[in-house]
Design a protein around this ligand. Structure first.
Ligand code: NAP
Length: 261
C-alpha cells in the first residue's frame, strides 16, 4: 500500500516501537492517530495535524471512542498498527491471575477488538492493512516468558487466519515478530525480571527505529511476516530443525536463573 495520504492508527505510540512507528509513517506522508495512556508522552511523539487520543486500551469504551474519533476526523482508517503490549516474567504455574488477564487483554483481546471495529470500514473502502506486533516469543516459547509467549502466539495465529479471511476484501494482514529491541519494554513488565543470559544478550538488540522502518516497509510491500532483526530467523530455524535441543538449551538458561541467590 502506498502510505502517503493514508490514515494510520498506532497503539502504544507514546514510547519505543510505537513512537518510532509514528516517525516512520509520518516521514512517508501518513495522517496519524496516536493512542496510549500517557497524554504527555503522546504529545511529545506527535506533530501538528496528528490526532492524539490518550486512554487505556483495557477499556472497551475507550477503544470504541478512539476508533470513532479517528474515523470522524479522517473519514476512515487505512492502516491499524496494534503495537501496545506488555510482558510478564513469572512462572505460569504461579503467576497472578490478575496480571495474566491484564496481559492477555492488552496483547490479544484489545487488538482483536480494534480489528473488529476497523474491519467494517476497511471492507467498505475495499482496502486496508492490519499490522499486529507480535514477537519472536510468539513463534518460539521462551520458558521465562511462557504466558507472554502464549499471548503473542495467539496474536500470530489470529493474524495468519485473518489474512485469509480478509484477502477477498482487499485487506492485508502483517505479523511482526521483533526479537530484542532496545525500548522501555523490560522496565514496563507487569512483574519479574529476565534470566541473566538474556540480559547479556541485549548487546545484540536492534533499535526501535529499525523495527519501525521494517514495519512501514512491510505495509508498503504488503509483506506477510516481519522478523526483525533478521537474526531471529536463526532461532526459528533452530526450532524447526532441532526442537528438542533448543528446548533443553532454553531450559538450561532457566535453570541458571533459578540457581541465582
Ligand atoms: N522491546 C522488545 O524487545 C520487544 C520484542 C518483541 C516484541 N515487542 C512488542 O512490541 C510492542 C511495543 O513494545 P515496546 O518495546 O515499544 O515497549 P514499550 O516502550 O513499553 O511500549 C509499550 C507501549 O504500550 C503502551 N501501553 C501499555 N499499556 C497500555 C494500555 N493499557 N493502554 C494503552 N496503551 C498502553 C505504552 O504507553 P503508556 O504507558 O503511555 O500507556 C507504550 O506506548 C509490544 O507489543 C511488545 O510486546 C517488544
Amino acid at each position: 500500500m502506498q502510505i502517503r495520504g493514508k490514515t494510520v492508527m498506532i497503539t502504544g505510540a507514546s514510547s519505543g516501537i510505537g513512537a518510532a512507528c509514528a516517525v516512520a509513517f509520518r516521514r512517508r506522508g501518513a495522517n496519524l492517530v496516536l493512542v496510549a495512556r500517557s497524554a504527555d508522552r503522546l504529545r511529545d511523539a506527535a506533530s501538528p495535524g496528528d490526532l492524539v487520543l490518550p486512554g487505556d486500551l483495557l477499556e472497551a469504551g475507550f477503544r470504541r471512542e478512539a476508533m470513532a474519533a479517528a474515523i470522524a476526523r479522517f473519514g476512515g482508517i487505512d492502516v491499524l498498527v496494534n503495537n501496545a503490549g506488555v510482558g510478564l516474567y513469572a512462572p505460569s504455574w504461579r503467576a497472578s491471575a490478575a496480571e495474566i488477564r491484564h496481559m492477555f487483554e492488552l496483547n490479544f483481546f484489545a487488538p482483536l477488538d480494534l480489528i473488529q471495529l476497523a474491519a467494517p470500514h476497511m471492507r467498505a473502502a475495499g482496502r486496508g492493512v492490519i499490522v499486529n506486533v507480535s514477537s519472536i516469543a510468539g513463534r518460539v516459547t521462551l520458558p521465562w516468558f511462557t504466558l507472554y509467549s502464549a499471548t503473542k502466539a495467539a496474536l500470530g495465529a489470529l493474524t495468519r487466519g485473518l489474512r485469509s479471511e480478509l484477502k477477498r476484501d482487499g485487506i492485508h494482514c502483517v505479523e511482526v515478530c521483533p526479537g530484542y529491541v532496545r525500548t522501555a519494554f523490560q522496565r514496563n513488565v507487569l512483574s519479574g525480571s529476565p534470566p541473566e543470559a538474556l540480559v547479556a544478550g541485549r548487546r545484540f538488540a536492534t533499535t526501535a527505529e529499525s523495527c519501525a522502518n521494517a514495519i512501514a516497509r512491510a505495509v508498503e510491500r504488503e509483506a506477510g511476516t516481519v522478523i526483525t532483526p533478521g537474526s531471529g530467523r536463526l532461532l526459528l530455524a533452530a526450532q524447526a530443525l532441532f526442537p528438542s535441543l533448543l528446548e533443553s538449551q532454553l531450559a538450561r538458561m532457566m535453570d541458571r536463573q533459578e540457581a541465582r541467590p
